[in-house]
Structures are given as structure tokens and as C-alpha cells.
Design a protein around this ligand. Sequence first.
Ligand code: IZC
Ligand code: ZN
Length: 347
Amino acid sequence: MGADLIFYNIGQLVTSRELEKNSGSSMENIEILENGYVAVENGHILTFGTGKVPNNLVGLNTKLIDVEGKVLSPGLIDSHTHLVHGGSRENEFSMKISGVPYLEILKNGGGILSSVSATREATAEELLSKAKNTLAKMLSFGVTAVESKSGYGLDLENEIKQLEVNKTLNLIQPIHIISTFMGAHATPKEFKDSPERFLDSVINMLPIIKEKELAEFCDVFCEKNIFSIPESKELLSKAKELGFKIKIHADEIESLGGAELAGELGAVSADHIMAISEAGIQSLKENQVIGNLLPGTSFNLCKAYAPARKLIESGVEIALSTDYNPGSCPCENLQLIMQIAASQMKM
Ligand code: IZC
Ligand code: ZN
């Protein structure tokens, strides 16, 4: 019989067999096998090992692939992206490097709001085609699963348009997409004078998104002058009641207490956490909330990095992602992010 597919002549075969959990020193327990092979049957790993491929694995119909001494590792997971959007924001780059803060650009109608205009103007087909091109680049860097947020529609019709693009992407290309509803990403201009009414409108979108099965997670930009701690708590509590898993853009720019809130609500992850407090670190650890680190954003905004070593040594579970988005991190390359994590955060 034999396997369907065998990869052989693998220079380094990386497995997570010894990885009990993603925290503390156990994160160092990745296994690297030299001169490896992997046998696959029905899309699942049948077995793997080192040295010569055992004869009993090779049948008449087995496809053999010579890896030519390269690395074979499990697919990388990018667990924080703003994948689906219209337009681009390279015009803000010179403003940013001349010192205009990210939140100042947003306050003046640029930043996220500029992507909202471009996303509202784009058709679903245009958004799909752009995101599909991005995913092809991500795949070339070894990424096989991507979390993708809405949050550039900020009204029901356009939030649904973004989330439906996620659904279609799952059907037409090989990367697995996990969908997140982030209607609370910024307050759109039509609600400028009544932001509390906008939060109500996002809360009212929740049951509709749930009913249409358009998102697994709900996220919020919890930040000074964006969504406060009480507002974030109100939204995420409702989302949780409806069965969404929750995550938070927490303590990205100001130390607001987003990580503490993530712990209190039992979020899956607290993302960014560049400005996390001591109490925030404790809250993540005690409540087993994953700290999702996004150093590409610190790099692009010329900001401090999250205290990765401190989080790891405190026993917080850690993930690493691109934060791919048109403004604060226009980078599809998770391998570059890993390199920045190593050199700047000593991961
Ligand atoms: O479009 O700027 N931080 N949201 C919160 C972002 C970054 C994405 C953006
Ligand atoms: Zn983000």
C-alpha cells in the first residue's frame, strides 16, 4: 500500500511534539530532526522520522517529494490581521516619521477612517481579489492559517461585506481563515457627535453577525479616545453572551487596563500589550489569556516593544503575529516579524 505522499531529504524537520504549552521555558522545547522524512495519508501525517525512508511506506502510487535539504515545519499561524480592506495608506508614512502620532492622524479623519472610506467604496469582488493576492504572499512565507478582522466597514452592510469576503476566501484558496467581527474599531464620521450611539449600533450588529455565522471572535480597539474600558466591557460582555470568543486590542499605545479587562472577561487573547502594566501581566497569567505580540507595529510606528521576556518569564502564554494592516503594519511577512521578535524583543 504505502503512504500517499512522502517528503524526504529534509535538512531540518521541525516538530512541536515536545511542546506542552506556549509558556515559560517549555516554549524552547521545539524538536529539530536532521535528515528527516514525513509520510502523509489522506491529508494527515502518518509518521515521520530520520534517515532512509522505510520501504513499507513506499507503494506504487506514493508521490515522493525531495525537499533538497530545506526546512520543513508546521504551517505558521498569523493570529492577528486586518486582511480585508480597500486602498492603502503609504501617504501617511512621511507624516508618521516626521512625528505625527498614529492617533492624531486618525483624529484628523485619516488612519483607520481613510481605510474605512476606501473599503466602503470597494466592491466585494475588489476586496476579495486584493486579499487573495495578500494571502498568496503570506503562503509563500509559510503561513497556513490567518485570523482576519472586519472593522473597516463600521456599518452593518459594509461589516457584512468584509466578513463575507472572509467566508469566500476560505472556499477559494488554501490558507484557513478565522473570522473576527471588529465593528468597534473606530467611530465613523457619521457618528462623530454621538459616539455612544455608535457603540449601541455595533452591539445591535452582534446578533445579526452571529445568526449569519460570519465570525467566531469579537474584538475591540480599547484605547484612549477610541473605546474606553467600560465601553469595551459592555460590548464584549454582550458578544460573550451570544457565544462569540473574545479578544482585545489592549494597551497598544496607552496603559489603559485592557489586559486586566481581558483577564476579567476570559478573553482568548490580549493583543499588542506594548504598554501593559504589572497588574495586566498578572491578569493574563491568572486567567490564561494569550498575549498576542505584534512587534511589526512597534517597528513601523517607532514605538516601544511589548515586554516579551518579562511576559514569558511570568508564565504568560505568548503568540506572535503580523498585525498586517494598511496603516500601522503593512507587512505580510511573518518571517520578518519573527526576526524582529528575536532581535528587538529577545524572543
Ligand atoms: O488600520 O490602523 N491598531 N487598528 C488598531 C489598527 C492598528 C489598524 C489600522
Ligand atoms: Zn489590530
